[in-house]
Design a protein around this ligand. Sequence first.
Ligand SMILES: Nc1ncnc2c1ncn2[C@@H]1O[C@H](COP(=O)(O)OP(=O)(O)OP(=O)(O)O)[C@@H](O)[C@H]1O
Ligand SMILES: [Mg+2]
Length: 601
Amino acid sequence: MATTPAPAQDRSTVGTLLRLWPYVRPVRARLSSAAFVAILASCVGLVIPLVLKWMVDGPIAHRDPAGVWLGALYLLLLGFTEALLFGLRRLLVARPLSHVEASMRADLYRHLQRLPVAFHDRWASGQLLSRATTDLMLLRQFLAFPLTFLLVNGVTIVVGVVIMLLQDWTLGLVVLGPAVPLMVTCMVFEKRYAKVARRAQDQVGDLTTVVEESVLGIRIIKGFGRHRSQARAFRDLSKTLRGTELRKARLLATIWGVIVTLPEVAIGAALVVGVVQVADGALSAGTLVAFLSTALALRWPVESIGFLLAMSQEAATATERYFEVMDEEEEDATTAPGTGTGSDSATGTGHAGDRGLRFHDVRFRYPDAPADTPPVLQHIDLHIRPGESMALVGATGSGKTTLTALIPRLYELTSGRITLDGVDITELSRHALRAKVAVAFEEPTLFSAAVGDNVLMGAEDTAGTADLERALAVAQADFVHALPQGTDTQVGEQGLSLSGGQRQRLALARAVVGQPEFLVLDDPLSALDVHTEAAVEAALRQVLADTTALIVAHRPSTVLLADRVALLSGGRIAAVGTHHELLRTNAEYAHLMSGEEEGAR
Ligand SMILES: Nc1ncnc2c1ncn2[C@@H]1O[C@H](COP(=O)(O)OP(=O)(O)OP(=O)(O)O)[C@@H](O)[C@H]1O
Ligand SMILES: [Mg+2]
C-alpha cells in the first residue's frame, strides 16, 4: 500500500550535503590530510611545465645534452612523487570512509527498528532497502572521490591560472575567456540534474519493492500463474528507470561536451596568439611551452568538474533520501502525543478497581486513514480483571487485531487510555511495557534463526532451557524435538520451512515463554486441527489460570477457554458476559458462534 513519499525540495545541494557532517566529523583529520596530500600532488604536477620551460630556454637552446638529461631526471622524479602522493591519498581515505558508511547504515537500521508501526505501514520496504544500500554506497563514493577532487581540482585550477597569468597575462586572458559561460552552464546543469537524479533514485526504490514483494510472494505468484504480469510490472518499472538513467546520461553528455569543447577552443586560440608572439620575438619559446603545458595540465581538472558535480548531486539526493527516514520521529520512549484526555484515575498503582487490563473510553483511527472515515474503534470501555481471561469475538474486519495491537503500543491511541494495574501504558517505558505484555499475532512470523531462539525471543535474556521446554509443552510444539537438530534447527527464510500450524504453535510458545503478566493472543489456534487444538487448549488453560489475558477467538472451543467474552461490533464493545449468557441474550453473538461459515475463516 505504501509508495514513495514526496521529496522535500527546498534545500540547496551544499545545505543538504552539510548534514553529513556529524558522520564525517570523526574522520575529518584523515579526510583533510588526504585532501592536502592530493593538492600537493596536483601542485607537483604543475611544476613539470616550469621544468620544461627551463629545459627549452636553457639546455635545449644552448645544445647542452648533459642539461637535457638532468631535466629529464627532474621530470621523472616529479612524476614519481606525484604518483606516490596520489597513492598515499587513496590509502588515507579507504578505511575511514568505509567506517562512515557502516556507521550511517547502523544508525539507519537502529532507527528503522524504533520507528512506529504506522511508519512501516506508510513506507514501501523497497524504498527503505534502497536507501540502506544504493544511497549509502553513493555517499561513500562521494566522500572518497568528488568531495576531495572538487577541492583539489579547484585549487589546481586557481594555482595553474596564476602560473599562466605570470607567464604571460595576455595569453592567460585568452584561456580564461570561456570561464564565465562555463560556470553558467554548470549551474543550469546542476539544477536539472538534481531533479533527474532524485527521480532515478526513487525509481530504484520502487523497483526494489517489486523484486522484494515477488520474492516474498513467490507462492502466490506461481500458484495463480501471475509470473507474466509480475514480470511485466518489473519490466515497465525498469524501463522507466532506464529512461530516467538515459536522461541523466544525456544531460551529462551535454555538459561534458561544453566543458571539453570550450577549453580546447581557448587553448587553440592561445596557441595561435602565442606562436605569433614567439615569431615576433615578444615571447620566449620556453615560456610558450610552459604556458601550453600548464593549460593542458589543467584540462583534466576542468573537464572532471562536470561529472564531479553530477556525482555530488547524486550524493545530495542520497543524503536527502537518507535523512527523510532519519528525520521521522521515533517512538517516544514513554509518553505519547494525543493521549491523556481522560485523567480521572490517578497514576501509579491504582485502587482495586483499576487492577488488571483496562480500556478507558478508547478511540482509535489509523494514522493514514482518510479523515472522513469513522474510527475503527470508539468508546471502548473494557475491564479484564487480574487473572481473568477475556475472549474477544467479532465479525471479520471488526477491529479485533487493531484492538490487540493497541495494548503493546504498536499504534498510539487517538484518544482515551489503556491501563495495566492502574498504570497508563504511556507512562511505562516501552521496555517495561513489553516485558509485562506478551503477544502472539495472527500471522506467526519466524526469523532465520534456531527454533529455540525464535521462541526465546519472547522472554528476557535470563530465560533458559527449562522455560523453553515449558513453553513448547504449553503450545504442544513437541514436533520440535523430532526436527533434525531439535531446538537448534534453523528455521525461517534460510532454514527449514514449517507448516502454518507448526509456526502458529511456535508463536504461541514465544508468547508464553516469558510468563508475562498480561497475555494477548490474536486467534492463536486458527490453524490447528481439532485434536491439536484441544491439546493446546488443555495446556493453555493452566497458563491462563494465573495470567490476565485477552484472546481473540472465532470458534466456540477457543471462546470456552475464557472466563468472559466481549463482543466487538461496529467499532464498539456491544456486549460483555459469559459465553452462555451471550448465546442466550445476544443475537449477533449467537449468529457468529452458530454457523462455521460465519464464525471461522
Ligand atoms: N494498517 C492499517 N491501516 C489502515 N487501516 C487498517 C490497517 N489495518 C487494518 N485496517 C482496517 O481496520 C479495520 C479492522 O481491521 P482488523 O485487522 O482489526 O480486523 P479483525 O477484526 O482483526 O479482522 P479478522 O477477523 O479478519 O482478523 C479493517 O477495516 C481494516 O481495513
Ligand atoms: Mg484480525
